[in-house]
Ligand binder design. Structure first.
Ligand SMILES: NC(=O)C1=CN([C@@H]2O[C@H](COP(=O)(O)OP(=O)(O)OC[C@H]3O[C@@H](n4cnc5c(N)ncnc54)[C@H](OP(=O)(O)O)[C@@H]3O)[C@@H](O)[C@H]2O)C=CC1
Ligand SMILES: O=C(CO)COP(=O)(O)O
Length: 319
Protein backbone atom coordinates (compact mmCIF):
# COMPACT_ATOMS: atom_id res chain seq x y z
CA UNK A 1 0.00 0.00 0.00
CA UNK A 2 1.61 3.30 -1.05
CA UNK A 3 0.89 6.79 0.28
CA UNK A 4 2.15 10.01 -1.30
CA UNK A 5 2.27 13.16 0.81
CA UNK A 6 2.50 16.60 -0.76
CA UNK A 7 3.96 19.02 1.76
CA UNK A 8 6.78 18.17 4.14
CA UNK A 9 5.83 20.40 7.05
CA UNK A 10 5.31 19.17 10.60
CA UNK A 11 2.03 17.42 9.86
CA UNK A 12 2.91 15.84 6.53
CA UNK A 13 6.13 14.53 8.04
CA UNK A 14 4.38 13.15 11.13
CA UNK A 15 1.80 11.35 9.00
CA UNK A 16 4.58 9.98 6.82
CA UNK A 17 6.42 8.63 9.86
CA UNK A 18 3.40 6.91 11.41
CA UNK A 19 2.19 5.46 8.10
CA UNK A 20 5.64 4.13 7.21
CA UNK A 21 6.02 2.68 10.68
CA UNK A 22 2.85 0.66 10.11
CA UNK A 23 4.11 -0.85 6.87
CA UNK A 24 3.01 1.61 4.18
CA UNK A 25 5.41 2.65 1.47
CA UNK A 26 5.47 6.44 1.89
CA UNK A 27 6.76 9.07 -0.53
CA UNK A 28 7.02 12.51 1.06
CA UNK A 29 7.40 15.42 -1.35
CA UNK A 30 9.27 18.50 -0.12
CA UNK A 31 9.48 21.52 -2.39
CA UNK A 32 12.80 22.42 -0.73
CA UNK A 33 15.49 20.48 1.09
CA UNK A 34 14.35 16.99 0.04
CA UNK A 35 17.85 15.64 -0.47
CA UNK A 36 19.09 16.88 2.91
CA UNK A 37 16.02 15.46 4.65
CA UNK A 38 16.42 12.10 2.94
CA UNK A 39 20.10 12.07 3.96
CA UNK A 40 19.48 13.08 7.59
CA UNK A 41 16.41 10.76 7.87
CA UNK A 42 14.79 13.54 9.90
CA UNK A 43 12.91 16.78 9.17
CA UNK A 44 15.21 18.97 11.23
CA UNK A 45 13.46 22.23 10.31
CA UNK A 46 9.79 21.31 10.83
CA UNK A 47 9.72 18.24 13.08
CA UNK A 48 13.10 17.74 14.77
CA UNK A 49 13.71 14.71 16.94
CA UNK A 50 11.67 12.12 15.04
CA UNK A 51 13.72 9.79 12.86
CA UNK A 52 12.29 8.38 9.65
CA UNK A 53 11.38 4.69 9.43
CA UNK A 54 12.80 2.73 6.49
CA UNK A 55 9.54 2.86 4.51
CA UNK A 56 9.63 6.67 4.23
CA UNK A 57 11.36 8.22 1.22
CA UNK A 58 11.66 11.97 0.65
CA UNK A 59 11.58 13.25 -2.91
CA UNK A 60 11.80 16.56 -4.76
CA UNK A 61 9.60 15.14 -7.55
CA UNK A 62 5.92 15.76 -6.82
CA UNK A 63 4.87 13.21 -9.42
CA UNK A 64 6.49 10.44 -7.33
CA UNK A 65 3.99 11.30 -4.59
CA UNK A 66 0.94 11.81 -6.83
CA UNK A 67 1.56 8.36 -8.38
CA UNK A 68 0.86 6.66 -5.01
CA UNK A 69 -2.40 4.80 -4.32
CA UNK A 70 -3.42 7.35 -1.68
CA UNK A 71 -2.43 11.02 -1.83
CA UNK A 72 -2.43 13.44 1.11
CA UNK A 73 -2.29 17.22 0.76
CA UNK A 74 -0.46 18.59 3.80
CA UNK A 75 0.22 22.26 3.11
CA UNK A 76 -1.26 25.30 4.88
CA UNK A 77 -4.76 26.30 3.70
CA UNK A 78 -3.69 29.50 1.95
CA UNK A 79 -1.15 27.49 -0.13
CA UNK A 80 -3.53 24.71 -1.16
CA UNK A 81 -4.77 26.31 -4.40
CA UNK A 82 -1.23 27.07 -5.55
CA UNK A 83 -0.22 23.46 -4.89
CA UNK A 84 -3.26 22.03 -6.68
CA UNK A 85 -2.72 24.25 -9.70
CA UNK A 86 0.96 23.37 -9.89
CA UNK A 87 0.34 19.61 -9.59
CA UNK A 88 -3.03 19.40 -11.36
CA UNK A 89 -1.80 16.96 -14.00
CA UNK A 90 -0.75 14.36 -11.43
CA UNK A 91 -3.68 14.94 -9.08
CA UNK A 92 -6.54 14.62 -11.60
CA UNK A 93 -6.54 10.83 -11.38
CA UNK A 94 -6.48 10.77 -7.57
CA UNK A 95 -8.98 11.28 -4.72
CA UNK A 96 -6.77 13.50 -2.58
CA UNK A 97 -7.15 13.73 1.17
CA UNK A 98 -6.72 17.31 2.34
CA UNK A 99 -5.16 17.64 5.78
CA UNK A 100 -5.31 21.43 6.06
CA UNK A 101 -7.49 23.31 8.51
CA UNK A 102 -8.78 26.65 7.34
CA UNK A 103 -10.89 28.75 5.03
CA UNK A 104 -9.44 30.34 1.91
CA UNK A 105 -9.25 34.11 1.88
CA UNK A 106 -11.14 35.66 -1.02
CA UNK A 107 -13.28 32.62 -1.91
CA UNK A 108 -14.19 31.56 1.68
CA UNK A 109 -13.95 27.95 0.46
CA UNK A 110 -12.70 25.14 2.69
CA UNK A 111 -10.12 22.58 1.51
CA UNK A 112 -12.69 20.32 -0.20
CA UNK A 113 -14.21 23.29 -2.03
CA UNK A 114 -10.78 24.41 -3.24
CA UNK A 115 -9.98 20.90 -4.48
CA UNK A 116 -13.18 20.69 -6.55
CA UNK A 117 -12.77 24.27 -7.74
CA UNK A 118 -9.32 23.54 -9.17
CA UNK A 119 -9.95 19.91 -10.13
CA UNK A 120 -13.60 19.54 -11.16
CA UNK A 121 -14.75 15.92 -11.08
CA UNK A 122 -12.26 14.91 -8.40
CA UNK A 123 -13.78 13.63 -5.10
CA UNK A 124 -11.92 15.13 -2.15
CA UNK A 125 -11.68 13.80 1.38
CA UNK A 126 -10.67 15.53 4.60
CA UNK A 127 -8.46 14.29 7.43
CA UNK A 128 -8.96 16.39 10.54
CA UNK A 129 -9.35 16.24 14.31
CA UNK A 130 -7.30 16.69 17.48
CA UNK A 131 -3.68 15.72 16.93
CA UNK A 132 -0.38 17.48 17.30
CA UNK A 133 2.20 16.43 14.73
CA UNK A 134 4.69 15.48 17.42
CA UNK A 135 2.14 13.22 19.18
CA UNK A 136 1.43 11.41 15.91
CA UNK A 137 5.13 11.03 15.17
CA UNK A 138 5.84 9.78 18.70
CA UNK A 139 3.26 7.03 18.23
CA UNK A 140 0.99 8.37 20.95
CA UNK A 141 -2.69 7.44 20.59
CA UNK A 142 -4.82 9.80 18.51
CA UNK A 143 -8.32 9.69 17.01
CA UNK A 144 -9.18 11.64 13.88
CA UNK A 145 -12.06 12.11 11.45
CA UNK A 146 -11.84 11.01 7.81
CA UNK A 147 -14.65 12.75 5.95
CA UNK A 148 -15.66 11.95 2.40
CA UNK A 149 -18.92 12.55 0.55
CA UNK A 150 -18.62 9.19 -1.23
CA UNK A 151 -19.28 6.48 1.40
CA UNK A 152 -17.44 3.68 -0.42
CA UNK A 153 -14.38 5.84 -1.00
CA UNK A 154 -14.52 7.05 2.62
CA UNK A 155 -14.51 3.45 3.85
CA UNK A 156 -11.58 2.61 1.62
CA UNK A 157 -9.56 5.66 2.70
CA UNK A 158 -10.28 4.92 6.35
CA UNK A 159 -8.78 1.44 5.94
CA UNK A 160 -5.83 2.73 3.93
CA UNK A 161 -4.88 5.43 6.46
CA UNK A 162 -5.70 4.02 9.92
CA UNK A 163 -2.71 2.77 11.91
CA UNK A 164 -2.39 1.03 15.29
CA UNK A 165 -1.96 4.45 16.94
CA UNK A 166 -4.08 6.67 14.66
CA UNK A 167 -7.70 5.61 14.98
CA UNK A 168 -9.90 6.98 12.21
CA UNK A 169 -13.62 7.63 12.46
CA UNK A 170 -15.56 8.03 9.22
CA UNK A 171 -17.98 10.81 8.29
CA UNK A 172 -19.85 11.83 5.14
CA UNK A 173 -20.26 15.39 6.42
CA UNK A 174 -17.30 17.03 4.70
CA UNK A 175 -18.59 20.57 5.36
CA UNK A 176 -18.95 19.94 9.08
CA UNK A 177 -15.58 18.24 9.42
CA UNK A 178 -13.65 20.94 7.62
CA UNK A 179 -15.46 23.80 9.36
CA UNK A 180 -14.76 22.33 12.80
CA UNK A 181 -11.05 22.18 12.04
CA UNK A 182 -11.00 25.69 10.60
CA UNK A 183 -13.11 27.53 13.16
CA UNK A 184 -11.50 26.04 16.28
CA UNK A 185 -8.25 27.77 15.33
CA UNK A 186 -9.94 31.18 15.54
CA UNK A 187 -11.34 30.40 18.97
CA UNK A 188 -7.92 29.13 20.07
CA UNK A 189 -6.43 32.52 19.21
CA UNK A 190 -9.13 34.20 21.33
CA UNK A 191 -8.46 31.81 24.23
CA UNK A 192 -4.70 32.33 24.00
CA UNK A 193 -5.22 36.10 23.99
CA UNK A 194 -7.44 35.92 27.08
CA UNK A 195 -4.90 33.77 28.93
CA UNK A 196 -2.00 35.95 27.77
CA UNK A 197 -3.75 39.03 29.12
CA UNK A 198 -4.31 37.32 32.46
CA UNK A 199 -8.10 37.18 32.21
CA UNK A 200 -8.13 33.71 33.75
CA UNK A 201 -9.29 30.19 33.09
CA UNK A 202 -12.96 30.99 33.68
CA UNK A 203 -12.81 33.51 30.85
CA UNK A 204 -11.17 30.88 28.65
CA UNK A 205 -13.91 28.35 29.44
CA UNK A 206 -16.52 30.97 28.53
CA UNK A 207 -14.75 31.75 25.25
CA UNK A 208 -14.47 28.06 24.39
CA UNK A 209 -18.15 27.47 25.07
CA UNK A 210 -19.48 30.57 23.37
CA UNK A 211 -16.95 30.00 20.60
CA UNK A 212 -18.38 26.51 20.13
CA UNK A 213 -21.87 28.07 19.86
CA UNK A 214 -20.47 30.42 17.20
CA UNK A 215 -18.89 27.49 15.34
CA UNK A 216 -22.22 25.67 15.37
CA UNK A 217 -24.14 28.71 14.09
CA UNK A 218 -21.81 29.08 11.13
CA UNK A 219 -21.64 25.37 10.38
CA UNK A 220 -25.42 25.02 10.45
CA UNK A 221 -25.82 28.01 8.14
CA UNK A 222 -23.53 26.24 5.69
CA UNK A 223 -25.42 22.94 5.84
CA UNK A 224 -23.24 20.97 8.26
CA UNK A 225 -24.66 18.53 10.79
CA UNK A 226 -24.64 19.47 14.47
CA UNK A 227 -23.40 16.01 15.44
CA UNK A 228 -20.25 16.50 13.37
CA UNK A 229 -19.34 19.65 15.26
CA UNK A 230 -19.81 17.76 18.54
CA UNK A 231 -17.26 15.17 17.39
CA UNK A 232 -13.50 14.96 17.00
CA UNK A 233 -13.26 17.52 14.20
CA UNK A 234 -15.14 20.18 16.19
CA UNK A 235 -15.37 19.85 19.95
CA UNK A 236 -12.41 17.45 20.10
CA UNK A 237 -10.02 19.75 18.30
CA UNK A 238 -11.38 22.84 20.07
CA UNK A 239 -10.59 21.23 23.43
CA UNK A 240 -7.02 20.40 22.40
CA UNK A 241 -6.16 23.64 20.65
CA UNK A 242 -7.65 26.03 23.21
CA UNK A 243 -5.88 24.49 26.19
CA UNK A 244 -2.37 23.58 25.05
CA UNK A 245 0.75 25.59 24.38
CA UNK A 246 1.55 22.85 21.88
CA UNK A 247 -0.81 24.73 19.57
CA UNK A 248 0.62 27.46 17.35
CA UNK A 249 -2.74 29.24 17.19
CA UNK A 250 -2.98 29.28 20.98
CA UNK A 251 0.64 30.47 21.33
CA UNK A 252 -0.03 33.20 18.77
CA UNK A 253 -3.02 34.28 20.89
CA UNK A 254 -0.89 34.24 24.04
CA UNK A 255 1.59 36.60 22.40
CA UNK A 256 -1.25 38.87 21.29
CA UNK A 257 -2.67 38.97 24.81
CA UNK A 258 0.73 39.72 26.34
CA UNK A 259 1.35 42.50 23.85
CA UNK A 260 4.37 40.67 22.45
CA UNK A 261 5.46 40.73 18.83
CA UNK A 262 4.96 37.42 17.03
CA UNK A 263 8.19 36.88 15.15
CA UNK A 264 7.93 33.12 14.60
CA UNK A 265 7.45 31.93 11.03
CA UNK A 266 5.10 29.19 12.29
CA UNK A 267 1.90 28.49 10.40
CA UNK A 268 -1.03 30.15 12.22
CA UNK A 269 -4.10 29.07 10.27
CA UNK A 270 -6.59 30.89 12.51
CA UNK A 271 -5.43 34.38 11.46
CA UNK A 272 -6.41 34.31 7.75
CA UNK A 273 -9.35 32.04 8.56
CA UNK A 274 -10.76 34.58 11.06
CA UNK A 275 -10.82 37.23 8.33
CA UNK A 276 -12.41 34.90 5.77
CA UNK A 277 -15.02 33.64 8.25
CA UNK A 278 -15.93 37.12 9.52
CA UNK A 279 -16.66 38.14 5.91
CA UNK A 280 -18.72 35.00 5.34
CA UNK A 281 -20.62 35.48 8.61
CA UNK A 282 -21.53 39.05 7.65
CA UNK A 283 -22.71 37.91 4.20
CA UNK A 284 -24.87 35.14 5.73
CA UNK A 285 -26.16 37.22 8.64
CA UNK A 286 -24.56 34.83 11.15
CA UNK A 287 -23.48 36.47 14.42
CA UNK A 288 -19.80 35.78 15.08
CA UNK A 289 -18.77 38.18 17.86
CA UNK A 290 -15.66 36.27 19.00
CA UNK A 291 -14.38 35.90 15.44
CA UNK A 292 -15.03 39.61 14.81
CA UNK A 293 -13.14 40.48 18.00
CA UNK A 294 -10.17 38.34 16.85
CA UNK A 295 -10.11 40.17 13.52
CA UNK A 296 -10.24 43.54 15.28
CA UNK A 297 -7.32 42.46 17.50
CA UNK A 298 -5.33 41.24 14.49
CA UNK A 299 -5.92 44.52 12.67
CA UNK A 300 -4.98 46.51 15.77
CA UNK A 301 -8.42 48.16 15.72
CA UNK A 302 -9.15 47.06 19.27
CA UNK A 303 -7.20 46.39 22.45
CA UNK A 304 -7.84 43.14 24.29
CA UNK A 305 -9.62 44.84 27.21
CA UNK A 306 -11.97 46.61 24.78
CA UNK A 307 -12.66 43.33 22.97
CA UNK A 308 -13.60 41.66 26.25
CA UNK A 309 -15.76 44.65 27.24
CA UNK A 310 -17.48 44.44 23.87
CA UNK A 311 -18.23 40.72 24.36
CA UNK A 312 -19.45 41.25 27.93
CA UNK A 313 -21.66 44.18 26.96
CA UNK A 314 -23.64 42.22 24.37
CA UNK A 315 -27.38 42.06 25.13
CA UNK A 316 -28.26 39.56 27.86
CA UNK A 317 -30.03 36.55 26.37
CA UNK A 318 -30.88 32.90 26.79
CA UNK A 319 -28.10 30.35 26.41
N1 LIG B 1 1.29 20.67 12.89
C1 LIG B 1 0.22 20.05 13.42
O1 LIG B 1 0.26 19.61 14.58
C2 LIG B 1 -1.02 19.87 12.61
C3 LIG B 1 -1.24 20.57 11.43
N2 LIG B 1 -2.39 20.41 10.75
C4 LIG B 1 -2.67 21.18 9.55
O2 LIG B 1 -1.78 20.78 8.52
C5 LIG B 1 -1.55 21.88 7.63
C6 LIG B 1 -0.06 22.01 7.43
O3 LIG B 1 0.46 22.35 8.69
P1 LIG B 1 1.95 22.02 9.13
O4 LIG B 1 2.48 20.86 8.43
O5 LIG B 1 1.95 21.97 10.60
O6 LIG B 1 2.68 23.34 8.63
P2 LIG B 1 4.22 23.69 8.59
O7 LIG B 1 4.30 25.15 8.74
O8 LIG B 1 4.98 22.84 9.52
O9 LIG B 1 4.65 23.27 7.11
C7 LIG B 1 4.00 23.70 5.97
C8 LIG B 1 4.66 23.00 4.82
O10 LIG B 1 3.94 23.31 3.62
C9 LIG B 1 4.91 23.57 2.62
N3 LIG B 1 4.29 24.42 1.60
C10 LIG B 1 3.72 25.63 1.75
N4 LIG B 1 3.25 26.06 0.58
C11 LIG B 1 3.53 25.11 -0.34
C12 LIG B 1 3.31 24.99 -1.71
N5 LIG B 1 2.67 25.92 -2.42
N6 LIG B 1 3.77 23.89 -2.35
C13 LIG B 1 4.40 22.94 -1.66
N7 LIG B 1 4.64 22.97 -0.34
C14 LIG B 1 4.21 24.06 0.31
C15 LIG B 1 6.02 24.26 3.36
O11 LIG B 1 7.19 24.19 2.56
P3 LIG B 1 8.51 25.04 2.96
O12 LIG B 1 9.08 24.32 4.15
O13 LIG B 1 9.33 24.95 1.74
O14 LIG B 1 8.03 26.42 3.30
C16 LIG B 1 6.10 23.42 4.61
O15 LIG B 1 6.88 22.28 4.42
C17 LIG B 1 -2.20 23.10 8.30
O16 LIG B 1 -3.42 23.40 7.69
C18 LIG B 1 -2.42 22.67 9.73
O17 LIG B 1 -3.55 23.29 10.34
C19 LIG B 1 -3.34 19.54 11.17
C20 LIG B 1 -3.17 18.81 12.30
C21 LIG B 1 -1.99 18.92 13.12
O1 LIG C 1 -4.66 21.37 14.48
C1 LIG C 1 -3.88 21.14 15.38
C2 LIG C 1 -4.17 20.19 16.46
O2 LIG C 1 -5.27 19.37 16.15
C3 LIG C 1 -2.61 21.88 15.44
O3 LIG C 1 -2.88 23.12 15.96
P1 LIG C 1 -1.96 24.37 15.65
O4 LIG C 1 -1.98 24.57 14.15
O5 LIG C 1 -2.58 25.48 16.41
O6 LIG C 1 -0.58 24.04 16.15
Amino acid sequence: MSVGILGAGAFGTALGIVLARSGREVVLWAREGAEAMQGARENIRRLPGYGFPDGLRVTDQARDATAAETVLLAVPMQSLRELLEAEAAGLRATSPVACCKGVELGTTLGPAGVVTDVLPGVTPAILTGPSFARDIAAGLPTALTLACGDPALGRSLQARLATPTVRLYRSEDVTGAELGGALKNVIAIACGAAMGAGLGESARAALMTRGFAEMNRMALALGAEVTTLAGLSGFGDLALTCTSEGSRNYRFGLALGRGETWSSGDTVEGAPTARAVADRGRALGVEMPITSAVVALLDGRMKLGDAMDMLLARPLREE
